[in-house]
Design a protein around this ligand. Structure first.
Ligand SMILES: Cc1ncc(COP(=O)(O)O)c(C=O)c1O
Length: 360
């Protein structure tokens, strides 16, 4: 595939995962500028990307700090040269402690916790390995996934981290995942701000107890604008804004869709046509994809290896190509092994998607 560099899209076999670099540049610029204007660090979520080459590209565009959901993603990030990584999740169990300690010796590494047992396990592993790990307490702002209640429960964990060898208390994470796609913007803002007030009040409580809180982080692509610049918050941690998808774009039209799947028409009938990629190449967990640039052509079904597109009569012939915009960028990146980075209709780079299909 490396021989494709400089070639037009026609040179690619299908299905092919495409990343439009000009759109990515515009998306990055928007949040980089907002971060600079509002005095907040923009940490980019790698669970949406999973591709080391893309992480390097983003870092070269002025956003060098990343978070991720899983240890394997942190390892890929470190391999790509990223030096500041937050695993925005709990890392639990003896199988992972050695890998975590190895990584903590190589990069500035942080994890989230929400339970004393996890703190004790991390402390034993890090001190035994001679490593130091940064730890953030995850605060549940209403998403009801991981995290502890704001206030005293978070303070108790911060105190425990502070007295645990091998660990360093680095702050708080409060991710308002339940609000990302709320359609009513006024309701979204009010609920997001309500959560941030609880998060920052927790910060004040820990500060008052004599423990410095260097990092307070939260938000995703849907709530970035309420969180960036909120007094007491130091970072935002969105991911989907880089690539976007046809569902998230309805909520956050300020970001463009950079990710598409290039497909070939393999069958044409009087009222529909069929493309050569299905749910094994285009995630359908958030709904049907869109045909890029052809709003009248409606995707009505994805089976494993086929996308059915209805329109009457189909303005295509066998062998024609269409780009499809997935409904969920993160899950689609997880289905492919490589990405073709495109600019002005030509292949500029081909990157492996090292963390796709990995959950460890
Ligand atoms: C902990 C955490 N932070 C931030 C995000 C932001 O993601 P996005 O920008 O894709 O909405 C997510 C998404 O799942 C998350 O789990």
């Amino acid at each position: 595939m490396h021989s494709l560099i400089g070639q037009p899209l026609d040179a690619l076999d299908t299905p092919a995962l495409l990343l439009d670099l000009d759109v990515i540049d515009a998306n990055l610029k928007r949040l980089r500028q907002a971060g600079a204007d509002r005095g907040v660090n923009v940490r980019v979520h790698f669970k949406s990307l999973k591709c080391g080459g893309l992480a390097r590209y983003i870092a070269s565009r002025g956003l060098p700090t990343f978070l991720c959901a899983k240890l394997n993603e942190a390892e890929v990030l470190a391999g790509a040269g990223v030096a500041d990584i937050l695993i925005a999740n709990q890392v639990v169990g003896p199988h992972k402690m050695g890998r975590l300690a190895d990584l903590a010796r190589r990069v500035q590494l942080r994890v989230c916790v929400d339970h004393p047992d996890n703190i004790d396990q991390l402390s034993r592993a890090m001190s035994g390995a001679g490593a130091t790990l940064g730890v953030l307490v995850e605060v549940d702002l209403g998403m009801a996934r991981c995290g502890v209640e704001p206030g005293d429960p978070a303070l108790a964990l911060a105190q425990r981290i502070q007295r645990s060898p091998g660990l360093r208390f680095d702050g708080l994470q409060g991710y308002d995942g339940h609000l990302q796609m709320l359609p009513d913007k006024a309701e979204q803002r009010a609920k997001s701000v309500g959560g941030l007030e609880q998060l920052v009040a927790t910060r004040r409580l820990i500060d008052k107890a004599g423990i410095p809180v260097p990092i307070v982080t939260g938000a995703g692509t849907g709530t970035w604008e309420y969180t960036a610049g909120f007094p007491g918050v130091t970072e935002i941690q969105p991911g989907s804004f880089v690539l976007m998808d046809c569902v998230y774009r309805q909520h956050r039209p300020e970001f463009g869709c950079a990710l598409s799947i290039l497909c070939t028409v393999i069958s044409v009938r009087p009222r529909w046509y069929t493309l050569d990629a299905g749910s094994k190449a285009i995630s359908k967990d958030f709904g049907m994809p869109e045909v890029k640039g052809f709003g009248d052509e409606k995707v009505t079904r994805l089976s494993e290896e086929h996308t059915k597109v209805e329109c009457e009569p189909p303005p295509v012939k066998i062998g024609d190509r269409r780009e499809v915009l997935p409904a969920h960028c993160c899950a689609t990146m997880n289905l492919h092994r490589q990405a073709a980075a495109i600019r002005n209709g030509k292949v500029e780079a081909v990157w492996p998607i090292e963390a796709s299909g990995r959950y460890d």
